[in-house]
Design a binder for this molecule. Structure first.
Ligand code: FAD
Ligand code: DLZ
Ligand code: SF4
Length: 509
């Protein structure tokens, strides 16, 4: 029997991967490769590169210990080629085979590279997701709107998570009503579990320091889990110490508390170190055991079997050109402040500083601070997409692009969001403690010290009046605008224009 090559990509680090299940330990060769095409298709945060490479190296060791033959290419290997397909061809020649088994990659870029490779590539579904692509497609067919909430209910029924027979546990599908309470900095609140780098990680850190030291982001301290065993400890730690309060405080942003009640499990789930179902089952177990409330458990499970599955479904359904959409024709360049340039806006400064230090920001910081500002200011969604893809440790296009292009920027013309996620400074003020340390005043609407979000909010609504005035959920906003007197409206718009001009001129705002 001919030897086959079994491709395991950097975010496919699961022993249960479909490609591994289809392979034969006694004859096939696993190919894992650190290649410059993957480390360089955007300027990834150094922590993200270190996480992926260290987790790959640890996983290769685990595969060897489990009896697999593994051909592992390190980034510095002299004979390494620069791409995944290049590596497959190199090993194919060395072992006289052109047969490849692979699990569907999470980015169209790589799907296309594998489909056009001069080899015989069998692409298997990535069944680490709960919904198959076929199921999602069938769910989407014939619907005018693809709202996550309805998809989520199907996923609850399919998995049986938090179900009481045919009904949702507690009688309601969604307990967000009990959530979004303002939190306070609490010195006693647990932090996500941190790990000390071992020898393998230290070697990777030195490599990343030497080769990617000029990328945006701090490499050290590096504390991410890099093995499944560590990721399981991080899950246990979250379920035991932080899940209680997850739902209640999920929208809070605190300058002195970067993680609040969030799990920081996305980097591990997306790499394949944790299975989404096992994560949800662990959370359900806490609820059934009486240690956490239903709104906390339901809120968390919805993020995974709802949002995570839904955005993956959209990415695969909409196809490769989804990332280039720009329904609102926004063209402004991404301001320097996203790369750490000076800003007087405390919320932006906090969110970017945290991103630089941790390669992490939680959902509301991504959506309602950096995303909200970009949308209000009319930033080119593709530039913003590349930023999010680069700077977060959990970022792969299948999950990042629908969140950025769709949910955050409305650039997909409402495939994901029923209305744009925009707000004035008031939302940030309500959900964070950022405003009290800000150069601007959140309660000032115009004139000296007016919060830029207050000005840009109206500027955005007016720029897109034709598109959004008829949206039932936005009519109120336009009515409020129409009730303002002319002089006030003119001041708001001219001050917003002046702000944007400063932004374009590269001045500190
Ligand atoms: P928690 O708040 O603890 O949530 C639990 C889990 O739910 C997460 O680990 C994640 O697996 C899942 N989840 C929650 N929200 C979402 C969502 N909207 N989409 C998919 N899964 C979700 N998530 C990524 O995993 N990778 C990305 O590249 C990414 N880019 C984003 C870009 C923008 C503009 C926005 C608004 C959101 C993005 N998200 C992304 C979604 C979300 O912000 C992160 O999943 C979350 O912040 C990860 O942190 P956590 O593990 O502490 O999450
Ligand atoms: C993100 C990433 C990085 C930085 N490096 C590698 C790599 O060297 N080799 C590899 O196989 N995968 C890497 N990855 C993850 C891939 O980019 C990921 O598999 C695709 O983006 C598909 O989701
Ligand atoms: Fe952000 Fe405005 Fe608050 Fe400053 S005042 S932190 S710019 S919302």
């Amino acid at each position: 029997m001919v030897k086959r090559l079994v491709l395991v990509l950097g975010d496919q680090l699961s022993q249960s991967l479909s490609a591994l299940r289809a392979a034969d330990k006694t004859r096939d060769l696993i190919v894992m490769a650190e290649v410059t095409d993957e480390t360089g298709y955007v300027k990834h945060h150094p922590k993200k590169i270190a996480l992926v490479l260290s987790a790959m190296r640890h996983f290769a060791e685990e595969l060897r210990q489990a009896g697999w033959q593994v051909a592992y290419t390190k980034l510095d290997d002299e004979d390494a080629s620069k791409s995944i397909v290049g590596e497959l061809m190199r090993h194919g020649q060395a072992h006289s085979t052109s047969d490849v088994i692979a699990t569907m990659p999470g980015e169209w870029r790589l799907v296309e590279a594998l489909q056009t490779a001069p080899m015989t590539v069998t692409l298997l579904p990535d069944d680490r997701f709960i919904a198959t692509q076929g199921e999602f497609k069938r769910w989407a067919e014939g619907r005018k709107q693809l709202r996550m909430e309805y998809f989520y209910r199907d996923m609850r029924r399919k998995t049986g998570l938090l179900m009481d027979g045919d009904d949702p546990e507690g009688g309601k599908w969604n307990y967000d009503h009990d959530n979004r309470k303002p939190a306070q900095t609490d010195m006693l609140r647990a932090k996500p579990m941190q790990f000390i780098p071992d020898q393998i990680t230290e070697e990777v850190l030195e490599l990343v320091e030497a080769r990617f030291g000029d990328h945006f982001g701090r490499l050290r301290p590096f504390w991410f889990a890099v093995t499944r065993a560590q990721a399981l400890r991080a899950l246990d730690h979250f379920a035991t110490h932080l899940l209680d309060g997850f739902g209640t405080y999920q929208d809070d942003m605190l300058a002195g508390d970067r993680f609040v009640h969030h799990s920081v499990l996305s980097p591990y789930i997306n790499l394949g170190l944790l299975d989404p179902m096992e994560v949800c089952q662990r959370v359900e177990q806490e609820y059934r055991g009486g240690t956490v409330a239903l709104n906390d458990a339901e809120g968390f499970i919805r993020q995974i079997i709802g949002w995570r599955e839904y955005v993956r479904g959209i990415y695969m359904l909409e196809g490769p050109e989804y990332v280039s959409r720009n329904a609102l024709s926004h063209t402004r360049d991404l301001p320097w402040m996203y790369w750490g340039g000076e800003t007087r806006m405390a919320c932006m400064s906090e969110a970017v500083a945290q991103t630089r230090d941790e390669a992490y920001a939680h959902h509301i910081q991504r959506l309602m601070v950096t995303g909200n500002f970009a949308l209000l200011a009319g930033i080119d969604p593709h530039q913003l997409h590349e930023w999010y893809l680069a700077v977060y440790a959990d970022a792969y296009e299948w999950v990042e692009a629908p969140n950025t292009v769709g949910m955050s920027q409305f650039a997909d013309d409402g495939v994901i969001a029923s209305k744009p996620y925009v707000s004035s400074g008031n939302y940030i003020h309500k959900m964070s403690d950022y405003c009290k340390g800000c150069h601007y005043s959140v309660t000032t609407k115009t004139g000296q010290g007016a919060c830029p979000f207050n000005l840009l909010y109206w500027h955005f609504l007016l720029r897109h009046r034709d598109r959004f005035a008829g949206n039932a959920r936005m009519g109120n906003m336009y009515r409020t605008w129409d009730r303002m007197d002319d002089a006030r409206r003119e001041t708001v718009l001219s001050e917003a224009d002046a702000f944007l001009a400063k932004l374009d001129a590269g001045e500190t705002v």
